[in-house]
Design a protein around this ligand. Structure first.
Ligand code: DX5
Ligand code: ZN
Length: 215
């Protein structure tokens, strides 16, 4: 599967978000990763619907919205209306993941389901064939710039093996601590969508770093 890079604007310069979106697009990134935090599901607050709505027009790339919030179900429609192309919510925050996936699909968007580093990956198996993408967190969600947790590699591999055994070409995304030092191992384990924030936005040459994540 071809590797895609989703640039997390959590590490962008918020004073120049439109320019940062263009920078990511020119650098060869495939998607914009939009991290939503509510200060409850994770101990940090980032940005939400109005910010997505106002920046959406400044990029042609698909917006990959990652909801790190306690009540994802109530916010699917507002994020869809604001311009999300795909919405990923956390399994830990949903009693009825299939219902939320159906809601995302009914709005014409791609649906992703995420697990935190300590959540058992086999909990995602029943959703293979229903969700479009699984997001394996490779750091504890909440902050950019953290170190990659190596124990998550086995989870990526287990999910890829399971999806392969069913014959489904599932997108497996990884998020947290992705750089030239970790990209190779996550891809080898089976990830094909790599989120990267600080490694891209703090780079002197973003295009070079983006390419290094794909090579
Ligand atoms: C963390 C967010 C990530 C974050 C990744 O909770 O979900 O998307 O921006 O940042 P880096 O790539 O710096 O680890
Ligand atoms: Zn994220």
């Amino acid at each position: 599967m071809k590797t895609k890079i989703s640039a997390s604007i959590l590490s962008a310069d918020f004073g120049h978000l439109a320019d940062e979106l263009s920078r990511a697009e020119s650098a060869g990134c495939d998607m914009i990763h939009f991290d939503v935090m509510d200060g409850h599901f994770v101990p940090n607050i980032s940005y939400g619907v109005p910010v997505l709505k106002s920046i959406r027009r400044y990029s042609r790339l698909p917006f990959d919205v990652h909801l790190m919030i306690s009540d994802p179900n109530s916010y699917i429609e507002p994020f869809a209306k604001a311009g999300a192309d795909g919405i990923t919510f956390h399994l830990e925050a949903s009693a009825n993941p299939v219902g939320i996936i159906d809601k995302i699909h009914s709005l014409g968007l791609r649906a992703g389901v995420s697990v935190k580093p300590k959540t058992d990956v086999s909990l995602l198996y029943p959703l293979v064939g229903i969700m479009d993408m699984a997001l394996i967190m490779t750091v504890e969600p909440g902050f950019g710039g953290q170190g990659f947790i190596p124990e998550t590699l086995a989870k990526i591999k287990a999910l890829r093996d399971y999806a392969d055994s069913t014959g489904i070409a599932l997108d497996i995304e990884v998020d947290g601590g992705i750089s030239d030092k970790t990209a190779h191992s996550v891809r080898e384990a089976g990830a094909n969508v790599l989120v990267s924030g600080s490694y891209l936005f703090r780079a002197e040459d973003m295009a070079k770093n983006c390419k290094l994540l794909k090579d």
